[in-house]
Every structure is written in C-alpha cells, then in structure tokens.
Design a protein around this ligand. Sequence first.
Ligand code: PMP
Length: 410
Amino acid sequence: MNTSNNVLNMDEIRGQFPILHQQIEGHPLVYLDNAATTQKPQAVIQAITDFYTQCNANVHRGAHHLSDEATRRYEKARDTVANFIHAHDRKEVIWTSGTTEGINIIANGMAQRLQSGDEVLVTEMEHHANLVTWQQACLRSGATLKIAPIHDNGTLDTEAFAALLSQKTKMVALPHVSNALGTVNPVKELTALSKEQGALVLIDGAQSIAHGNVNVSDIGCDFYVFSGHKLFGPTGIGVLWGKEKVLQDWPVWQTGGEMIAEVTYESSTWGELPNRLEAGTPNIAGAIALAAAIDWFTSLDLNAVQAHEQALMASALKQAQAFEGLTIIGNAANKMGVLSFILQGCHPADIGFLLDRQGIAIRTGDHCAQPLMRRLNLPGTARASFSVYNTLEEVDALFIALKKVQNMLA
Ligand code: PMP
C-alpha cells in the first residue's frame, strides 16, 4: 500500500475496515470517535481468528507444536512493537492491558520508593489515568503531587513547568497528546528539562501512538505507555515500554506464574525482563493482533498518513472557526487528532445525541479529565477525533450535521 506520491488510497484503506460500511439511522456511519477507540482493519480481525483456529495454546510452557507456534507469534509481536517504537531492546516491551495498567505498574513501583519531601509532577491536562494514579501514589507514599499549569489556549505553560522542577522531583508524568484538547506537548524538550533534575519521566502515549512516528529512544523518557485499541488493535492489550536499566529491578507488580526465577514455600525470586512484570497467562491473541495492527499501519506511508490527518484537522479548524456560535476548546498551534468544541446554547450531550441521529459518532462530556474541565470552566465539550480512514467529506458532513443540530436546539 505504500504510495510514492504521499497520497493515500482512501478507498483501499476504508475497504479494510468492515465496520465503517454501515448505515446508522439511515445515514452512512461517520466515525469521529477515534480518540476513544479506533476501528479494526480486517488484518487484525483475521489475526485473532487465525490464532484461535490455528494455534491456540498457552505460551512459553508447552511441550507441543501448538504452544511453540503460539509462543513464536506472541514473541514476534514483541519484536514488532519494539521496532515500531524504536526500543533499544525487545526486553523493554512489557505487555499490559492498556495505558491505564502501564501507568499503574509504574506508579505502584514508584509509591514504594517515594517518601515525604519527594515530588511528582503532572500537568493540568491529564486524563484521569495519569492523574488519579499519581495522586493516589503520592497519598500512599507521603510525596507531594505538583500540577504544571496550562495556558488558556490549552498549551502547557512550559516556563511554569520548568519552575516546578527541582531535585525534589522524582517523577514527571505527562501526555504526549491531550485527549481533551489535542495539544501536542514538546515531550523531548520537557523530558530533557526533567532529566536535568534527575527525575524519571513517563509519557502517556495513548493519543499519539496512532498518528505517526513515535521514537521512545529519541524522546529520551524512561517509560512510554499506550493502548492497543487506540492503534487499530483489540481492547485488553497495551504496552509499557521502559528503559532496561530502569525496569530491570522495578518493583514487581503482580506475582504468580511466569514472572518468577525460583520458588520455595518460604520465598521467591523474580525472573528477568520482560517476564518479571508479566505475571500469569498473558493476552496472547491480543498481543498477536496488536502486532497485526502495527504491521497494517506501518504498511502505509506514515508521512502521507500525517499529511492526510493534518489536512483533516486544517479543514475541521477552518470550518469550526467560521461556524457561528462555536468555540474551539484547545487552540494549540500543534494539535493532533482532536477537535474539542462547545456550541452556544447547546449542551454537549444534546449535540452528541443529535449528531448520532445523523450517523455521526463523536464523544461528549468531560473526557476523563474533570479537573481540566473545571480549570476551563466548562461542564464538558463535544469532541470529534480523526483517524487515517476519515475523509474530508466526513469532516464536511460533521459541520453540515452540526448546523442542523444548532437549528434544532436554537
Ligand atoms: N491517557 C489518555 C491521554 C487517554 O486518552 C486514555 C484513553 N482515553 C487513557 C490514558 C486511558 O487509556 P485506556 O483506557 O485504554 O487504558
């Protein structure tokens, strides 16, 4: 599917997503809720079917053909992820159930190491997964949670961020891209600033992973977490990437089979990476299907993907700016994937409902970012979020439908 002229073949791409070809309420489905979860190409659906029809067995422990084949596909999937995110070593890729679990593994370990006087720095634009988890780790350990403010336009106040960093800062956790605002944070620069103070850095990659090249080595962070389901893969699988030297003695998360070295009735020792952080039978089919998703995604020209998504965003912003009564929430110059907005006199929930009646799927509400909504003085927003399979015609359809919504509610 690589294109030489940086243009995607949209019919071919959309043809691979069976779910997109249906009518909702008599209208063609326009799926603009990609920040919540992406749809799955046929290759991913097929990878799940193939696993269960060809080689379903448990991994690493079988003395038979099916187990060997399941293990081969499962461990190959780890290589696929490692290559995709430019990890130094496959051992650095830990399977999780998603972004939330990845953050919890690190916060749980950190809570055992933090003490009173230590600080954890997050931002005002966190998803609850990266706020509540650190808040609770701080409450358990006696450390202090610091919140780096944003400007009114939805960009991080990087000067305030830098001023909050000190030798007391043991952990910095922030999103690569905000799910509520679309703001792209300068994670490489922020990581470098944090590292100058000796802090560990976790990047929440839930919203960035499906939009182009993520290079964890280049960013320089210690941990990068994401969910498979936002990257064209299935639910229930995700990735915690961490630098080998940091992860190798990270406090174990869950205990049980697979993660041990030696066990007696009295005590146990832990295995090596990646197994030490992967207790129990993993989501084998999920990992294999996530690799199929990555293979599908990387078969596209990723520069063309980015150009296409920028064109979608540019069209959406242009139409939103010209739309009377509409206010865009989050006006960062560098935005990715997400258009959040409010419409004068219209409750976001009503907008969502009435767009759905026209076949258009968006998300409304607080986007799992209640403190951010409070900071912006909003009950919530309507959010359209774009993916590679969306078209400029679908962006137009959103604004035509929105005009009808406005007329109905006015
Ligand atoms: N962080 C961000 C920025 C997100 O957008 C999401 C999902 N909305 C999460 C974390 C949590 O992801 P998951 O529910 O897949 O664990």
